[in-house]
Design a protein around this ligand. Sequence first.
Ligand SMILES: [Zn+2]
Length: 284
Amino acid sequence: MMDIRILVTPTLFGLLLVAEHVVPLRQRKVPTRKRLAVNLAVTGLVFVVGGFLVGPAARSTGEWAALRRFGLCHLLRLPGWANTALGVLLMDLTFYYWHMANHKVSLLWRFHNVHHIDPDLDVSTSFRFHFGEIAYSTLFRVVQVLLLGIYPRTYLIYQGVFAWATMFHHSNLRLPIRLERAVNKVLVTPRMHGVHHSAVLGETDSNYSVLLSWWDRLHRTMVLNIRQDAIDIGVPAYQSPADNGLGSLLAMPFVRQRNYWRRAGEKRHGGNACSDVAPTRMLD
Ligand SMILES: [Zn+2]
């Protein structure tokens, strides 16, 4: 599994990077070359923290739980494949709550904001997180693996699927709308996640799912009735090019925070939603 991920993840990254330039979904505000170096540097730190902290902690927790048959998946006597499928499903559901907490808890948002202020959304945004967010997510992963009783092998599969899904839905790849509507019945897609990166608060507070789109449908947090060309990607108070420099991004959670959702001189932010279309109807 390890070998497959090492091969597939960078290959998929490269393929999406090319494909989103050939058939882009949203128009860029900033040339990619200006964002790519910073996004890759921030991503590098994420992989270091993920590889040395989150991964080992989650795997040894999984081993500990398997030895003692601790946690939900160990209590149910399921065949191997069903246990793996259930484990991945429950990891994806519980991550929905974790993602939402990163938006709702102000201390966590200080870090998660670094991911959201990217002025454009594409595959290079996929892992552009503050390394601090990845570091403290270790605690969440340990609790998640322990309570759900996730086998180390299931965790490896989940980790791969999580990374691939993240790259796919962050990409700026224009899929034919009918195809994307069909895929979105099951998976989170680029148009759906584009709404989550909108500069309008009510739109950012939607579409928290990572792999399966079902969790947003289930919790009624799905918002799709927004045209992609109406979406301004980013966070209103953090739109200057200097905000997205490497030093500024790394320091951001530790300095005084601005009023995120208000632009200078602007009182209130209206939404982009097309009100005569159901929120769950995907617009182009
Ligand atoms: Zn988010």
